[in-house]
Write a protein that binds this ligand. Structure first.
Ligand SMILES: NC(=O)c1ccc[n+]([C@@H]2O[C@H](COP(=O)([O-])OP(=O)(O)OC[C@H]3O[C@@H](n4cnc5c(N)ncnc54)[C@H](OP(=O)(O)O)[C@@H]3O)[C@@H](O)[C@H]2O)c1
Length: 344
């Protein structure tokens, strides 16, 4: 495949480059960056030194690709600018994630610029929509907090054990790379280091995707999401509190989670009786495409705590995008995604 990246100078773009350079089916990469065109990609991504001599090119030169990744900020470009450049386009931004234009208006505060195009895009989490992604020409990425929340809760909704008359409360703790490479006042080192900062206690836009995707054809659940910035560069830990219709035990939840995830290549159920790694932890996942999922039952009643840890730049962005590319193109789903992470 010849793979193109628009926005290759950014953080998710850098991870796309790292993963695609090691992908057995990718023979050529075209890395588009308007601000860095003509410079080596290692200017922005020094981890790739001695791995590639590739240079950034202008966006207009990213053409004739088999697959094109759009790794641009939300709402800055029209996807139709890139029509005709690749049979398969994967958009990591949030521009095409919501199916209902009214949801877009509500959560993004303005009408969607091309609402009629929304139906062409498949929400690109393979664990949800593998069949629809296969062969699809247009696939969206998913929000990193949304990915963690959805994968934590999906087995419970798929088994229809959640009481949908009550909200599911989700708290996501997130690292600084979620904000992308552009510095800002609150990302300035003295202001960001060491924080546990309530970043978006209410109103986070990923709420809309989580509610959309967890409906699974039934009543749309109400999800109350809060996001807290913590002392990490990479990583999301979603802690979801779901109230179930009738009390469940650990063994019921094992069955529910195994049924949904036993054959998933990138989801691991993490729930140990002893040791320090009893539940999912983002620290173990830096650089990997795994989503570690766990659960706990409140012995007092109907509350199930569902957990999911991911690397926001990998399973939350670039890695999931490569996984979706693999599914869409019919190559091995784990191609290029073999890195298992580091310990300690
Ligand atoms: N960071 C995450 O954890 C994460 C997770 C999931 C999804 N995403 C999504 O992935 C996309 C890329 O995120 P990122 O974290 O890689 O962002 P980033 O580091 O800020 O990179 C964005 C890239 O877009 C290019 N760009 C084009 N037009 C731009 C404009 N008007 N303003 C700023 N940059 C512009 C940039 O410049 P050049 O072209 O000059 O290089 C840059 O390379 C976003 O839509 C984001 O929502 C990110």
């Amino acid at each position: 495949m010849r793979a193109g990246i628009i926005g290759a100078g950014g953080y998710a773009g850098g991870e796309l480059l790292r993963l695609l350079l090691g992908h057995p089916e990718v023979r050529e990469i075209v890395a588009g960056s308007e601000s860095l065109a003509g410079k080596p990609v290692t200017t922005a991504h020094p981890n790739l030194r001695k791995r590639t001599d590739l240079q950034f090119v202008n966006y207009e030169d990213v053409a004739r690709c088999d697959v094109l990744f759009l790794s641009l900020p939300n709402g800055t470009h029209r996807a139709d600018e890139f029509e005709g450049r690749a049979a398969l386009i994967i958009d990591l931004s949030s521009d095409h994630r919501l199916r209902d234009p009214a949801d877009y208006q509500r959560w993004y505060g303005e009408p969607h610029p091309h609402p009629h195009a929304l139906g062409r895009w498949v929400y690109g989490i393979p664990e949800l929509h593998r069949d629809r992604i296969a062969g699809a020409p247009r696939v969206t990425g998913a929000g990193c907090n949304a990915t963690a929340a959805i994968l934590a809760l999906l087995p419970l909704f798929a088994a229809d054990v959640v009481d949908r008359t009550r909200p599911v409360v989700v708290e996501c703790k997130v690292g600084s790379s979620e904000g992308g490479r552009e510095p800002s006042e609150d990302s300035h080192h003295p202001e960001r280091v060491g924080v546990v900062r309530s970043f978006r206690p209410v109103g986070h836009r990923h709420t809309a995707e989580i509610e959309q995707e967890l409906a699974l054809g039934g009543a749309r659940p109400r999800v109350d999401l809060s996001v807290t910035a913590v002392e990490l560069v990479r990583g999301v830990l979603a802690t979801a509190h779901a109230y179930v219709k009738s009390p469940l035990e650990d063994k019921d939840l094992w069955k529910i989670y195994r049924e949904r995830y036993a054959s998933e290549p990138f989801v691991r159920i993490v729930k140990e009786r002893a040791g320090i790694f009893r539940y999912p932890e983002p620290k173990l996942l830096a650089g990997t495409n795994f989503a570690d999922v766990g659960f706990a039952v409140d012995p007092r009643g109907e509350r199930v705590v569902a957990l999911c840890a991911i690397d926001n730049l990998v399973k939350g962005a670039a890695g999931n995008g490569v996984q979706a590319m693999n599914v869409a193109r019919g190559v091995a789903e784990d191609a290029g995604l073999g890195f298992v992470g580091l310990h300690p």
